[in-house]
Design a binder for this molecule. Structure first.
Ligand SMILES: Cc1ncc(COP(=O)(O)O)c(C=O)c1O
Length: 351
């Protein structure tokens, strides 16, 4: 395993902090590799074909990260100076270092997405026709699961309504599905149905699927051929990348049941926390593996609260002056949940 301190902590900051399973480590060691730029890495190819098949898309591309997958999608589907509609709390808009502007050279038009539901009328109002003074809207980027620090599942009919609106207006749709398998599990809807009407979809191998590296971008053959070229342009051409793709294959084969466990754990943890006097956790907002809580009614500060948790070996993420986030994942067992609840009860009792 990684290091002593990693094992000692219960790390709830994100589902990206997982250690790879033994099977993933062995698959990395044994991977058959080749020059991927020349199309000769059979392990990368296997992961791409498998991913396309799972998503019901014609083709898929193995990329470095969710960020790279999102940005390659935008570059592939837009032209310089066009507009892209995005959620105002979306990852693509907030947490990708301004790449929409800096790399893709498009203009973002953000909209609110309360509780992970897109208001179709409002979205329609944001669409720009090409005119002498304005930039044409060419892409809508949606996110499922949705919303920074929340993990809401976007209802299927809402997703389809966004795609229908886009189609009527000759606009393409990219789905940031970094956690789309969490959406599949929570909504009991096959992932193929969730992504069916999006032109491109990205999912991360490194979140609930617990692989150490990478993400997948999928779409039709033409789009993915262009995306592969964009990836190369960004310096994302791989050589013997089968070592990195191999744990992704194991992740897709073995980790889906873990996501179901993560969701159960999030509910156990959320319900336990909601019972603590002064701590605010809304159970109805826990759709998947992400729990948000507020300490606004407690006589402490968020930094002090998080610091005390840290002293007890528990890491959580600060979201605002009064709120924090916890995310369940492969590295969090059921006994950890009760440990966290007890630790917070003790902290609150001592205030
Ligand atoms: C919704 C969403 N999209 C994209 C990403 C980016 O993924 P990566 O960290 O692999 O770049 C994240 C990462 O947390 C995410 O939550």
């Amino acid at each position: 395993m990684g290091g002593e301190d990693i094992e000692e902590f219960i790390d709830l900051r994100s589902d990206t902090v997982t250690q790879p399973s033994q099977e993933m480590r062995e698959a990395m060691y044994k991977a058959v590799v080749g020059d991927d730029i020349m199309g000769e890495d059979s392990t990368v190819r296997e992961l791409e074909i498998m991913s396309a098949d799972i998503l019901g898309k014609e083709a898929a591309l193995f990329v470095t990260s969710g960020t790279m997958g999102n940005q390659i999608a935008v570059m592939t589907l837009t032209n310089r100076g066009e507009e892209v509609i995005v959620g105002n709390t979306s990852h693509i808009y907030n947490l990708e270092v301004g790449a929409l502007a800096a790399l893709c050279q498009v203009q973002a038009r953000p909209m609110e997405v309360p509780n992970g539901v897109y208001d179709i009328k409002k979205m329609e109002g944001l669409i720009q026709e090409k005119g002498i003074q304005n930039a044409k809207t060419s892409l809508i980027c949606i996110e499922n699961t949705n919303n920074l620090n929340a993990g809401y599942v976007v209802p299927l009919d809402n997703l389809n309504n966004v795609c229908n609106l886009a189609k009527r207006n000759n606009i393409l749709v990219h789905l940031d599905g970094a956690r789309v398998f969490n959406a599949q599990v929570a909504s009991k809807t096959p992932v193929k149905e969730i992504v069916k009407n999006a032109d491109t979809v990205m999912f991360a191998l490194t979140k609930g699927l617990a692989a150490p590296f990478g993400a997948i971008l999928a779409g039709n053959k033409d789009i993915i051929a262009k995306a592969r070229w964009m990836k190369q342009r960004m310096g994302g051409g791989y050589r013997q990348a089968g070592f990195l793709a191999a744990p992704g294959i194991v992740a897709l084969n073995t980790m889906l049941p873990q996501i179901e466990i993560d969701h159960k754990h999030a509910l156990i943890l959320g319900k336990g926390l909601a019972k603590i006097n002064g701590l605010k956790v809304e159970i109805s907002k826990i759709h998947t593996n992400i729990i948000s809580g507020s300490i606004e009614d407690l006589p402490t500060t968020i930094d002090c609260f998080i610091g005390k948790l840290m002293q007890k070996g528990i890491k959580v993420k600060r979201i605002s002056e009064v709120s924090f986030r916890m995310v369940t994942h492969y590295g969090v067992g059921e006994s950890h949940l009760y440990e966290v609840i007890r630790a917070i009860e003790d902290i609150v009792d001592s205030l």
